[in-house]
Design a protein around this ligand. Structure first.
Ligand SMILES: Nc1ncnc2c1ncn2[C@@H]1O[C@H](COP(=O)(O)OP(=O)(O)OP(=O)(O)O)[C@@H](O)[C@H]1O
Ligand SMILES: [Mg+2]
Length: 338
């Protein structure tokens, strides 16, 4: 077992006082606090070599969870074991097992060349010479580190910095890799490069990957399992392909009409309660819930009202499902909870 989390909870205590000097003074005399439960009784286990997306809307508690898993933040209650180690009790032991990339922040030293940062990490983690040499060779090949390894981190572009950061997090062959928004702000080719590399590390080395990202493609491409968290609580924990089956209830039919028909949309919307949009004078798209209609029924109904020259069925897209997660629109059914 790679990661075992039981009843993990984080309550932040924030000073609360009325605005202005009077409020500030009052707070000094009699401090008042409000409490914010950022992570609320979260439990899950992750097996060796899994790739898991930990997703949810802004403020859901993703980064707070990752920080507790990495030992940066202590938990208010609950238990975390990563590779049998409590990350907060044994920070050094834990550090040897994990690699961490926070997209918003670098772990490289700003004012020394990247190569020197790597050497420092080699000493800190006591990485054997052969392992270090092989890893540098591999990362240089995959990430094109050669073009900027002599430069200080301060002088790197964001894409270069992220590549260097990911390489740095993997130098000591960690068993677990945490990635918090690793592709944020990157252009599309660098993103693709990062994804391929993370997949490769996961598959070839069996490195366990835990990823948070608002980029739906990252999740679809990298992760086999999705844990959804909202307001600090886990609402779904399921294989990525299952997410689609469980929540993608919307399908569509796009019809090209032989003759424009201004009344058609009204008839379909009112009589059949389909969600219809007009793409152009000749083309309409009718969205429907698979629990209400089959695609055949919808095509048949449209065919009764007008002449159709072409038809396409639009299948539900996993991205649409994940988008709903991020907009907190996902309605979770009881039976879907693990
Ligand atoms: N150090 C802190 N002190 C007080 N409150 C905090 C602190 N860190 C986070 N929070 C609060 O805890 C909640 C969860 O924050 P967290 O950063 O874990 O969210 P997130 O899921 O990573 O969101 P995002 O998608 O925006 O990165 C938020 O309401 C946030 O304001
Ligand atoms: Mg975050």
């Amino acid at each position: 077992m790679s990661i075992e989390v039981t009843g993990l909870t984080k309550v932040f205590r924030l000073p609360s006082h009325a605005p202005g000097l009077k409020g500030a003074l009052k707070h000094i005399v009699k401090p008042q606090y409000t409490e914010k439960t950022a992570v609320d009784n979260v439990s899950f286990t992750i097996q060796d070599g899994e790739s898991v997306a930990y997703i949810g809307p802004n403020g859901a508690g993703k980064s707070t969870t990752i920080k507790m898993l990495t030992g940066i933040l202590y938990a208010s209650s609950g238990k975390v074991l990563v590779e049998e180690i409590d990350p907060f009790e044994d920070r050094m032991g834990n550090a040897r097992n994990i690699g961490v990339v926070f997209g918003q922040r670098t772990q490289l030293w700003w004012d020394i060349p990247v190569e020197e940062s790597f050497r420092l990490l080699k000493d800190i983690y006591e990485i054997p010479d052969a392992v270090y040499r092989d890893n540098i060779a591999l990362f240089t090949e995959i990430f094109g580190l050669g073009e900027f390894i002599q430069r200080t981190a301060r002088r790197l572009s964001l894409g270069q910095r992220m590549r260097a950061d990911l390489a740095a997090s993997l130098l000591h062959d960690p068993k677990v890799l945490y990635l918090d928004e690793p592709t944020i702000g990157l252009d599309i080719t660098v993103k693709e490069n990062m994804r391929q590399f993370i997949r490769r590390i996961n598959k070839e080395r069996g490195t366990t990957v835990i990823l948070t990202s608002h980029d739906l493609q990252d999740i679809e491409d990298i992760c086999e399992r999705v844990i959804v968290i909202d307001e600090g609580k886990i609402v779904t924990d399921v294989a990525t392909h299952k997410l689609q089956e469980m929540y993608a209830h919307d399908r569509g039919v796009r019809a090209v009409l032989k003759h424009p028909d201004p009344q058609l949309i009204r008839k379909l919307s009112e009589d059949l309660r389909l969600h219809v949009t007009e793409n152009d004078a000749h083309t309409i798209t009718a969205m429907f819930n698979i629990n209400d209609y089959t695609a055949y029924e919808v095509i048949h109904k449209i065919g009764q009202l007008t002449d159709i020259s072409d038809i396409t069925v639009i299948e539900p897209d996993i991205k649409q499902v994940i988008e709903k997660v991020y907009r907190s629109e996902l309605v979770v059914k009881e039976e879907s909870l693990l």
